[in-house]
Ligand binder design. Structure first.
Ligand code: SAH
Length: 349
């Protein structure tokens, strides 16, 4: 088995380079080819002598994803369907806004959290993505941005999968993306979104790494939350809220509380009041989004009127609240709609 060097953060690559008996600076060269310039072929690394390139090509490999399909919407959103080396397909979404371009990346093939309002959950989990596969999505995102005359500015870990169910893969991919010789993202431009995985949150709080944190709250009582988010049985609402209140946030950072509005389930006036008091109990802001339905989804979004009332009730309690427009929903690229529809061009393995 060849070593997947594209999955290694800089420190691990340096260790591998040393073990292979190469000069120290080779790690910098290789890292910047792969993660800075997006080169995935050894023979294109022209500052490595040909015999070295040949040796590396035999021992090491660079994980890549193959673009299978690209689906564009009129609002400018684009969904890329990417195939892994072992024939699985995953999805990533590019979301242009006025002054920024955000990419939504996947961390797993499928998901095992089981949220009833999310299409990805219906697939179950196949496997974790490696750090190399997560950063390969960003390589495709950067290429897409260049082709459209834009610059990729923000990353959100809100695609398929639960980032903390693939803790090491997620964190190593973040470390790679932060490297100055790689994409050199700022920690303020990367957001990890979690179902409320308390173990992952606790681990992250002990890391020397500050990224933005988003938590999918989606309900204000344990009873409702555990019916729509089974993972809440394992990580109960009250324990989650305590974890969030204790989370060591850098100054001027706030936790984003995500709330998918579902008709008749979590959109009452009482929910709005409870959501406001939860938000006020910690440094946070609220992101509301109306449910994006998908085939077989047992729920529907509330009316626009109901949505606006909910938003106003929360705002009236002095909470920062944003109603997110759904983007890309007509190509099933909206939040909670990432799931591959079986079709004739599905890659079989
Ligand atoms: N597992 C992570 C990241 C993936 S979900 C998490 O739970 O945060 C990304 C966001 O999409 C979450 O906030 C989730 O609540 C939201 N979402 C899921 N299904 C949705 C749907 N059908 N409509 C709108 N938003 C949805």
């Amino acid at each position: 088995m060849k070593t997947a060097v594209s999955s290694l953060p800089m420190s691990a690559l340096q260790a591998l380079v040393a073990k292979a008996g190469l000069e120290r600076f080779r790690a910098d060269q290789i890292f910047s080819w792969i993660h800075g310039r997006g080169v995935t072929r050894w023979d294109a690394m022209t500052n490595l002598a040909r015999p070295l390139r040949e040796r590396l090509a035999e021992e090491w490999m660079i994980e890549d994803l193959v673009l299978d399909r690209q689906l564009d919407t009129e609002d400018g959103t684009s969904k890329l369907v990417l195939a892994t080396g072992d024939g699985h397909r995953i999805e990533t979404v590019l979301i242009p806004e006025e002054r920024k371009l955000t990419q939504c990346v996947s961390t797993q093939v499928g998901c095992r959290m089981g949220c009833r309002f999310c299409a990805t959950a219906q697939l179950g989990l196949t496997r974790n993505l490696t750090p190399g596969e997560i950063v390969a999505q960003v390589r495709h995102g950067v290429a897409w941005a260049e082709a459209h005359g834009m610059r990729l500015s923000n990353l959100v870990y809100m695609g398929m999968g639960e980032p903390f169910d693939n803790y090491d893969g997620t964190l190593d991919s973040v470390r790679i993306l932060l490297e100055p010789l790689g994409r050199h993202f700022s920690t303020r431009k990367i957001t990890i979104s979690t179902v409320g995985h308390i173990d992952g949150l606790s681990r992250l709080s002990r890391e020397d790494l500050q990224v933005n944190l988003a938590v999918s709250l989606n309900a204000t009582t344990q009873q409702v939350r555990e019916t729509i988010m089974p993972a809440s049985k394992r990580w109960p609402l009250q324990a989650l809220l305590e974890t969030l209140r204790r989370f060591p946030l850098e100054k001027r950072r706030r936790i984003t509380l995500e709330y998918v509005l579902i008709d008749g389930v979590n959109d009452s006036d009482e929910d709005a009041e409870r959501l406001a008091s939860i938000a006020r109990s910690m440094r946070s802001k609220v992101n509301l989004i109306r449910l994006n339905p998908f085939v077989g989804c047992p729920f529907s979004p509330p009316t626009v009127k109901r949505t606006e009332r909910f938003e106003q009730l929360v705002r009236a309690r002095n909470v920062t609240v944003i109603l997110r427009r759904s983007r890309g929903s007509e190509i099933a690229a909206g939040c909670g709609q990432l799931a591959l529809q079986p079709g004739p061009d599905r890659t079989s393995h």
